[in-house]
Structure formats: structure tokens, C-alpha cells
Design a binder for this molecule. Structure first.
Ligand SMILES: C[S@@+](CC[C@H](N)C(=O)[O-])C[C@H]1O[C@@H](n2cnc3c(N)ncnc32)[C@H](O)[C@@H]1O
Length: 322
């Protein structure tokens, strides 16, 4: 697999984003995309196997059971782009179904280089596939994939694992609208969305007994230490998952257990934390099946079909660009 690597100064960008997020006036924040360095991607893989985290298994069940139906609904020759592929493990079902009828070009788009490498290892053995990974942000990567499109070829974009839920609702619609703008009429988007479920189930999923999600969250501070020479004392921060009933989301925070000052030289920042103050690191919004249809319509898609997992409420939505 060829990997088109990111060339710009990513450390500078990371430092700028860390500085902006930690100096916000009311709630300190860090963008969730920075959870995924080599360590974070490996930890996310483990999370996807945890008994409490039923999301990945539900997504995988839907793809396994319905891959034939899903790909049968795509008429012409199709190239596949995946936004935030991770290891690509679940994607095998779709790719195998497509590769049975045509040679398939698969373009995983990832900011995590280690996830891209894992993805090639995971899927490289499929017959009649060529894989070209892009180490890029979602939309930059999709623009490059669209530029490689051949005449008469449709694009199938995969956005699985309910990663859309990391955007708040207006930003999610805005993101889907931007994806739609890059596509042509008739292209499709397979969108995985986690559905609303009881708070206890969600809290367990985002704060597992083994502490893997806590490690995943704390690794963001460890990453700032490694890449920006900071001196976060990880023992002085605690992982916290909380339900936001207004936004219908689960939030991950890192709570400072004491009053402390942290220095981040590469971001030219020395920052004070009050005891109990938190850094908000991720949100995962949960959906109703009807609202997904409305979101799709506002972004310029029609919903061709929706498959629902009842064991762990989750919806796979096949959206067609209008
Ligand atoms: C929640 S994980 C989901 C992985 C996989 N799709 C799944 O369903 O298991 C999100 C993935 O998106 C990648 N990612 C996060 N933000 C990104 C961005 N802005 N651009 C490209 N990839 C991103 C992460 O590296 C991570 O592998």
C-alpha cells in the first residue's frame, strides 16, 4: 500500500491547538482527533473488544449480515473511500462483497499512521483489491480520492463506528454537507450511527472496568508530554465519563485531582488547573433513527435503506447523494 503522508508541520499545529484549547475561558478542551497517535490507536482497538463497548460489535454484525444487500444497492463500478478507517476490520465484509463482483480500489483516510498500517495488514489479503491509504484529515483525504475517480465510477464513502457522533449535531450536519459537496449525484455514504440507550449502559461503555478507556483518554496528556515536552503528572488527572442529557451525548473529561500548574514549552504555555477542573476531550452523540433521516436530507442525501441492530441499538444508513 502506498501511503500519502502528511507533510505540513504537524507538531506546530498540535501545539497551536493545545494552546487554543487549554486557554478557553470557561471549559478547557482538547480536540478528540489527538487521542489517536500510535498508542491511542492501539488502545482504541482494545476498547473495541471490551465487553462493555458493544458499539463496534453491533456495527460489525450489521455489516456482516447485510453486506450483500448493501452492495447490491450500488449499481455501477464503485471505488471505496473510508473516513477514519481505524484497523478496517469491519470493512472486510463490504470489501469482500464488492470484490466478488469487481476489482475494487479502497482508499482508507486516517490521521493515524499506525491505524493505516494496521488497516493494510488487515485487508491486504482480499482478492481483487488495491489499497491506497491517505494520511490526511477526512475532507482533505476525500478531495484527493475524488480527484482519482475514473470515468463512470461511483464512490462509496464509509463513515463507520459512529465517528460522526464526535461532532456536535450542527457540526455533524455541516460535515455531511461538506462530504456531499465533494461527491457527485448517485455516489453513496454508508454512515454508522449509535442510537440512544440507557445512561448506565453508556457510562459503562465509556468508563470500562479494566480502565482501558481511562488509559486511552489519559494518553492524550502523555502524548502532549512526549511531543510537546510538557510535564503533565498523569497520576494527578482522572478519567471521567458523563452523560450530557441536553446534547444527548457521552462526554469524556480529564479531571485534575488537585490545584496544579503544568508547563508545555512547545506550546509556549504554562497553565493552571484548579482542583476538580476538567479538560473536555471527546463527545459521542447518540441518535434516534428518525433524526438520521432528517440530518441526511439537510446535507443533500436521501436515505436508501437503514439496518438496525436490536442487541446494541445501532443503525447502518445507506445514503445516496442527490
Ligand atoms: C472512533 S475511531 C473509529 C475507527 C473505525 N472506523 C471503527 O469504526 O472502529 C475514529 C478513527 O478516525 C480517525 N480520525 C479521527 N479524527 C480524524 C480526522 N480529523 N481525520 C482523519 N481521521 C481521523 C482516528 O485516527 C480513528 O482511527
Amino acid at each position: 500500500m502506498l501511503v500519502h503522508a502528511i507533510t505540513p508541520n504537524t507538531t506546530y499545529e498540535f501545539a497551536t491547538d493545545v494552546r487554543a484549547g487549554l486557554t478557553k475561558p470557561f471549559q478547557k478542551e482538547l480536540p478528540s482527533k489527538y487521542l489517536y497517535d500510535d498508542v491511542g490507536s492501539a488502545l482504541f482497538e482494545v476498547i473495541s473488544h471490551l465487553p462493555e463497548y458493544g458499539l463496534t460489535r453491533a456495527d460489525e454484525r450489521l455489516l456482516r449480515r447485510n453486506s450483500h444487500d448493501i452492495t447490491e444497492r450500488l449499481a455501477g463500478p464503485v471505488a471505496v473511500a473510508e473516513l477514519g478507517s481505524g484497523s478496517g476490520r469491519k470493512t472486510r465484509h463490504i470489501l469482500e462483497a464488492l470484490c466478488r463482483r469487481q476489482h475494487t480500489r479502497y482508499y482508507p483516510i486516517e490521521i493515524s499512521r499506525s491505524a493505516l498500517i494496521l488497516c493494510e495488514r488487515e485487508l491486504g489479503d482480499i482478492d481483487s483489491i488495491s489499497i491506497l491509504g491517505f494520511e490526511r484529515e477526512y475532507l482533505d483525504g476525500l478531495l484527493e480520492v475524488a480527484a482519482q475517480r475514473r470515468n463512470g465510477q461511483d464512490l462509496l464513502v464509509l463513515f463507520l463506528g459512529s465517528t460522526i457522533g464526535n461532532f456536535d449535531r450542527p457540526a455533524g450536519i455541516q460535515f455531511l454537507t461538506e462530504v456531499r459537496r465533494i461527491l457527485q449525484p448517485g455516489d453513496s455514504l454508508l454512515l454508522g450511527t449509535d442510537l440512544e440507550k440507557p445512561g448506565v449502559q453508556l457510562l459503562a461503555a465509556y468508563d470500562d472496568e479494566l480502565g482501558v478507556t481511562a488509559a486511552f483518554n489519559l494518553n492524550l496528556l502523555a502524548r502532549i508530554n512526549r511531543q510537546l515536552n510538557a510535564n503533565f503528572d498523569l497520576a494527578q488527572f482522572k478519567h471521567e465519563a458523563r452523560i450530557n442529557h441536553v446534547d444527548r451525548s457521552v462526554e469524556m473529561h480529564l479531571r485534575s485531582t488537585c490545584r496544579q500548574i503544568v508547563s508545555i514549552p512547545a506550546a509556549e504555555l504554562s497553565i493552571e488547573f484548579e482542583e476538580s477542573e476538567t479538560i473536555w476531550t471527546e463527545s459521542s452523540h447518540k441518535y434516534s433513527t428518525e433524526e438520521i433521516l432528517v440530518m441526511a436530507r439537510s446535507a443533500g442525501f436521501r436515505c436508501e435503506a437503514q439496518w438496525i441492530d436490536r442487541e446494541w441499538p445501532f443503525a447502518e444508513n445507506l445514503l445516496i447523494a442527490e
